[in-house]
Design a protein around this ligand. Structure first.
Ligand code: ADP
Ligand code: MG
Length: 229
């Protein structure tokens, strides 16, 4: 199988003053095309650090992070920004929508950055995506006029509209109620199935883990178990 992103013997330490805080302690993991994988672990186990490395938002202290066999350590900041814009979709715990933009404009934003489509093509893609996440009728609303679940749907549409190679979601259901959380996971799963988009999401909620087809448990920055089902 083709790996979309992988880590080889990755160590990540954060420097706090004169102290090195270990976050990832020698981790090897390959994510393949089409996977719907959960990274599970208690708070402080290194989930966000892992997703930041997969998202080219940070570089490892030791070891390699490879995106389609390209080592991110060798890339310059603007090359990393291009990789993020073109290949990776991001979904955050607190949605991170732009408050002054409507749902439509939030989803359109990554397409404007990519500079590939004109206004008409953009409108088509954005509306199709809002339709598939079930909130086309809310296109004109701002984030403050939507529920948490609706905002996360906008964020999913924003992550997927540019057809990324993979989507990273850091605790995507942490700020919404349990029922809405299940709906959001079901939606991500449907997008994975229908569009073939690779998803990597983190969670510490056992109910959310049940949705995963691959469950990677981490603890103290190391893999404890890695199970496909
Ligand atoms: P999780 O997302 O699973 O809660 P994190 O990846 O955020 O875990 O954190 C892993 C470890 O790294 C923790 O011990 C945390 O305190 C530490 N850490 C995370 N980010 C930083 C940072 N920016 N500076 C210093 N230490 C950090
Ligand atoms: Mg975290």
């Amino acid at each position: 199988m083709l790996s979309v992103v992988k880590m080889e013997n990755v160590v990540k330490n954060y420097r706090v003053g004169k102290v090195e805080v270990p976050a990832i302690r020698g981790l090897t993991l390959s994510i393949e095309k089409g996977e719907f994988a959960a990274i599970a672990g208690p708070s402080g186990s290194g989930k966000t650090t892992m997703l930041n490395l997969f998202g080219c938002l940070d570089k490892p202290t030791k070891g390699r992070v490879l995106i389609e066999e390209h080592d991110i350590i060798k890339m310059k900041p603007d090359e990393l920004a291009d990789v993020r814009n073109e290949h990776i979709g991001f979904i955050f715990q607190s949605f991170n929508l732009i408050p002054v933009l409507s749902a439509f404009e939030n989803v359109e934003f990554p397409l404007i950055l990519l500079k590939k489509d004109g206004p008409r093509a953009r409108k088509q893609k954005v509306m199709a995506m809002l339709e598939s996440v079930g909130i086309a009728e809310l296109a004109g609303r701002r984030p403050s006029e939507m529920s948490g679940g609706q905002q996360q749907r906008v964020a999913i549409a924003r992550a997927l509209v540019k057809s990324p190679d993979y989507v990273l979601a850091d605790e995507p259901t942490a700020n919404i109620d349990t029922k809405t959380g299940h709906e959001i996971l079901d939606l991500m799963q449907a997008m994975n199935k229908n569009l073939g988009t690779t998803f990597i999401f983190s969670t510490h909620d056992p109910k959310v883990m049940e949705h995963a087809r691959r469950l990677i448990h981490i603890r103290d920055g190391q893999i404890e178990s890695d199970e496909k089902r």
